[in-house]
Design a protein around this ligand. Sequence first.
Ligand code: UTP
Length: 956
Amino acid sequence: MLGVLPGRGLQRAMEGDVEPQSRGGFRCRLCGVNVPNRPSLEDHVKGKKHRKLVEVRERRRSQEEKSVFVSGFRKDTSEQELLDHFQGFGPVASIVIDKEKGLYAIVELKDTATLQSVLSHDQHSLEGQKLRVKPREKKEFKYVPPKKQGTPRKQELSLEKLSDALCQCVDVDQQAAQLVRMFELSQSEQKVRELLVTLLKEVLSEFFPGCSILPFGSSVNGFDVHGCDLDLFLDLENTKTFQASARKTSNDAEPPLQEDVDGPEKDAESEDSILSDMDLETASVPEVLELVATVLRKCVPGVYGVQAVTTARRPVVKFSHKESGLQGDISINNRLALCNTRFLQLCVEAEERLRPLVYTLRYWAKQKDLAGNPFGGGPLLNNYALTLLVIFFLQTRIPMALPTLKTLKELADDNELLVVDGWDCTFPKDSSKLEPSANTETMCCLLSEFFRFFSDFDFAGTVISLQDGCALPVTDFLSKVADSKLKLGVLNIQDPFELSHNVAGNVNEKTVLRLQRQCQEGSKYCRSLQYQRKSSKGKAWGLTRLFQPSGSAESSPAPSVAGELHPSGLEIHFPFKVSALPEEIRKQLCGIRDVQVVWSEKVSSALRFVLEDLLCCHCTETTTKLLVNPSDAETPQVLLDIPQNVTDLQAKASQQPCDIPSNPVNMTDCQVSGIQEPHLQETPKNITQDETAEPQDSCQIPAGMLDLHTTVSHDPGQPMDGSDPQSTASCVSHQTSFNMSDLQNNTAENQSTNCEDPQLMFSNVTAPQTLVFENRQVQANSTGVTATKCNLTNLKIEASQSLQCRDKGKHSLEEGDSELPVSKRQRLDSQKNQAREMSWHYDLWHRVWLGRRKMRRQLRKSAPNSPVSDANQDIDNLEVEAKVTEAIVQQEGTSVPSQPLLRFSVVVRQVGTKQDSRTSAHFMPLQDEYNLFQEFFHFLEHFLPRMVERHIEKMD
Ligand code: UTP
């Protein structure tokens, strides 16, 4: 039942174009659009697109009604001949002859009287041929969406055909060679390209005297595939010289000097040259490209679909060519592309395994949606970037399979020195100058190693440099000097020549994540027998299996992400993100090698903020482990680790009421063991700070210098929703005293240990001590450390404070330097960049991941003046997310569960080796009766990285 319709437009639409959907909502058949309800339908019908299509349809109908379908004429009959014939009956609006075969025509007449006259005529004949004329069939009007800019590449080969051919080979090396043969351009295809270039040169030279047109990119760099673009550089340098000379001549009224004119055609000097209106020296790139586009459109036979794309980083004129079926791009300010094309050619000549490796990886990347960007710009790798990645990988092999650019430069002769657009492009022209590589790995092995190499690569924390053949830390690129203007992103591949250009600057986080996962998957597969050995049972093996699109039955299984629980838990990576860091910190990091510690602290702090403040997870336990300085070890090792079960350190916390509405912890019965870590979390806003307690003989503990273990347990018998009067009272001071008698037997030396050196302090702890904590300070007195106070307000520490804290630690160390023994000072220095592994246990009492979008919408409607009300601000807004959680918690009602829905642990640690800037968070369920962990983790996978990033951005 459609109900009463408000407007005529809608009524008409409902009659013909709109149909109600069985599951609610409507579908507009005309536009191919579904709308959820009547108001949206009204909006749609009033909208531009719908009205435009109604108009187009009406025009078509009217044309159809006045048109006739004509056939029976000779193939070479012209429109003019048909026009002459039909004009005999009255005015004709248009004639369109079938383009493909020229066998029929649609003749549109200007009015119905002429139509009647044409249709009532018995016999139409033209030059003795009998024409068949009938009313035009009325077709249903169908909207065909306009094609996106550019046309997707042709699918060169079906996977089936490729697989059949590859399965015949005997090993992976042979498969790769076969792959190259099947993809590379044949001689005749190359010839066609050459002919098209010649044709273009001839025509363009008419208008741009002395110009050259030079192919670059895949047509000529050694990585050609059927149907690849024809990238062309239109070199107008000579034309500019010619033009300047011609202008000078006409000004001086004297003939041009022959030496000023470098080869322009005589006839190009004609007065009617299209160039006469434009000064190439001063014209902008878009102006010149528009001119080139005009020439292509009007003067090059077979060229169509010409479009000047002037807003791209490298503006081009795009075109297609009918006879060859080729698509091409012409650019005018891309001389560097000629250099990098020559560089790729040189690499191909020098290293015969490069081509099979690149062809294999290009096809693999295309199958896995990692590379290609079929419509031009996009978030995937472009082929050039992927090729550079492979070259870089070969530069890193031991022995090197390809030399670095710095080495190549040393091999160049003086006459090969070349600077283009200010960039040094010097390298030998001739590959015979290069020493043959001592690397003897097979292509099969190299491919496997490629996957292994990049499966655990710190993409965001490094810049891949082909100049140096190594990955440089991004912090080397934070200064303002020339080549550091590199746009840092989630994947940084420095162009080998244009050093300020990140060729992977377009790639987004999702792509990098997929790339890494696919490399992991590839690496795993390459270790299997199916990769290395031909199947005797005719099954897919070697490269064939590698190429199966993700998700297909034959592809190797995806690494566990949110799927099956891995024994070490589920992991989220936080790649080092320069853009997330405030300017001030970026400056501080400039040139620093081990950014891991800083990043890891930022991530830890932000992660705790998100879990606790945004998602209401309640922390019950905190552990920090000091690791051996990662700059001394390839893999960080635990140096200090207070055991999880430190029963001898446990003591009853003094019972202080806390106000934590909807946070299900009962702070009245806290057990704190060990030391409250000076972690970097913000205090829940409703906890007030105890600023009254004065520390005695206090000393600062630099962040990251302690080995800590804190347990806060709640009494399950107590209400968790804040309804308990005790828990709703203000938490003025939450102190925890320890009675750790074992610690009291400490030696005098240990008692006077400087707390800035916790490592020393703890390494000397042969017997436990009693410690006092307040505002991240260890209370030490002459009799040793005597008590611990855990003030919850200490939680309110921003990550930036951790840096300050470290600075403070450094400062006080420097002050007391003279009193410290050298060995101790050295240890302290090494601790400044001490790596830590932090872990927390959390209780989750609410399904805070469910219905967030809906809740956001509801909040927006109900609070018109808050940030929640602004849909644009919804995106990753921390304040909004906190409110959404609060509302979900409230909505879940008052019934108090006896235990949390889920208990889980999070371990935050640095990933990989000392050069690696990434931080990872491992999540493990501790108690998951309702099977919610996977679901919750799946939500976190998307939510956490975004929120962590937002929080870090906001840190001072
Ligand atoms: P493509 O990425 O299109 O690579 O860049 P390709 O090898 O030609 O592959 P097809 O065309 O997708 O099959 C084309 C050329 O453009 C230059 C390089 O010379 C590259 O070979 N280029 C591309 C750059 O100079 N910088 C870039 O960032 C990208």
